[in-house]
Design a protein around this ligand. Structure first.
Ligand SMILES: O=C(O)C1=C[C@@H](OP(=O)(O)O)[C@@H](O)[C@H](O)C1
Ligand SMILES: C=C(OP(=O)(O)O)C(=O)O
Length: 409
């Protein structure tokens, strides 16, 4: 479905939105709940990725299709591999069949798992025959995706002898690994992370636990961008968030100060306040710890006519689409100039944005959501807008709630 977006005439926004739970926390906790039944979870993500994860965990044999969900693909690979009695073919969308999984399969096979490639070596679909894993030491490259590491850590407490994971090379997306460990600790599982070694102790049973998922900070990024592009005096309240987040994308509250947005932390709400105009002409951010907000920041910069240099983006080419290439194409359609390396994006902004362009979304929820805020500067179209359901099904409803005009065309 194609949407046409435009902004309220005064660009002044005042509103309060409740955002769905973090999909990263949700998919970890769903897996832990499948391993340890007395865990209760509140504020679960309503995203497609969480739905396919929940559904997948219940299947014992036959095909499990996780569509576009990277976390579900990676987390369920370890889960099925370590569950005796389970015998599945784990598959996903066409794009998922192009997202590499060899690092994780090699690691699991070295622990004794029985996994075969159904089509192409190194990529889903996978035929997995569950088996009792008793080996307890594994090493794997850490610079491609942290999801492979989180996947092993999540099943680690259920293995007879726990697990020691050696990380080789530079570790990418570290906050996501820390999130996994914090959630394990939250249900009483002992872990240790020193330098490049992570140890997780085995645990047969956990105490009854009631856990509340914090709302999704990557989803909050689009409201940060809207606040940055709105008129001074705008205020957007978002819930339910906290100051000591497990989500690395909470770095937004620091980053967006550069764009005139202050964050006030209330009890379980954040208030984004556009307090001053932006004077910078150029900004630079290293995003290896927060890869999912790169698109949001690039579009904010284009909208504010601020040049930006974003680095640490080496994981972006293997996400829902090649996000570096997609961003170059779409930012340039709007009048920016983009230079890429395999891990960076350099945007030269433009005073004259090109209006009424239709943004292509490449089956990537974040392409749709990251470009939407620029409607505060120029009218634009979003093609295949339904992609947002991967992480944030209510996105367009919430855009309307804050006063944006969202119209089907
Ligand atoms: O563990 C997670 O929940 C995630 C880790 C990150 O992936 P990489 O580690 O592949 O960068 C992130 O981009 C993804 O959206 C969610
Ligand atoms: C990269 C993402 O998700 P995944 O890797 O879990 O598909 C994302 O949500 O931006």
């Amino acid at each position: 479905m194609k949407l046409h977006l435009s902004a309220p005439s005064d660009n002044l926004l005042k509103s309060a939105i409740e955002i769905t739970g973090s999909k990263s926390e949700t998919n970890r906790l769903l897996l832990l709940q499948a391993l340890f039944s007395n865990i209760n979870i509140d504020n679960l993500s309503n995203s497609d990725d969480a739905q396919v994860m929940a559904k997948g965990l219940k299947i014992a044999d036959g095909e499990v299709d996780i569509h576009h969900a990277g976390t579900a693909m990676r987390f369920l690979t370890s889960y099925f591999a370590s569950q005796e009695q389970k015998n599945v073919v784990l598959t996903g969308s066409k794009r998922m069949q192009e997202r590499p999984i060899k690092v994780l399969v090699d690691a699991l096979r070295s622990l004794g798992a029985k996994i075969e490639y159904v089509k192409n070596e190194g990529y889903p679909p996978l035929r997995i025959t569950g088996t009792a894993i008793t080996s307890s030491k594994v090493s794997l490259p850490a610079n491609i995706s942290s999801q492979y590491i989180s996947s092993l850590l999540l099943i680690a407490p259920s293995l007879k002898n726990g697990l020691e994971v050696e990380l080789i090379g530079k570790i990418t997306s570290v906050p996501y690994i820390n999130m996994t460990l914090a959630l394990l600790n939250g249900v009483g599982i002992e872990t240790e992370f020193t330098e490049n070694i992570i140890r997780v102790k085995p645990k047969a049973k956990v105490e009854k636990a009631n856990l509340v998922v914090e709302s999704d900070w990557s989803a909050a990024s689009y409201f940060y961008s809207i606040a940055a592009l709105s008129k001074v005096g705008s205020e957007i309240k978002l819930s339910a968030y906290k100051k000591n987040s497990l989500q690395g994308d909470s770095i937004l509250s620091e980053i967006y100060k550069e764009f005139g947005v202050e964050t006030e932390f209330l009890k379980n709400q954040i208030v984004l306040k556009k307090v001053n105009k932006v004077v910078e002409k150029k900004v630079a951010f290293a995003l290896e710890n927060a890869p999912d907000i790169a698109q949001t920041i690039a579009v904010t910069c284009l909208g504010l006519n601020v040049d930006c240099h974003l680095t640490g983006l080496h994981t972006l080419p293997i996400k829902e689409t090649d996000r570096l290439a997609a961003m170059k194409t779409e930012l340039e359609k709007l009048g920016g100039k983009v230079a890429l390396t395999n891990e960076s994006l350099n945007l030269t902004a433009s005073e004259n944005l090109i209006p009424n362009v239709a943004i292509d979304t490449y089956n990537d929820h974040r392409m749709a959501m990251a470009f939407a805020p620029i409607a505060l500067k120029i009218n634009l179209g979003i093609n295949e807008s339904e992609v947002v359901s991967k992480s944030y099904p209510d996105f367009w409803k919430d855009m309307k709630a804050i006063g944006m005009e969202v119209r089907e065309i």
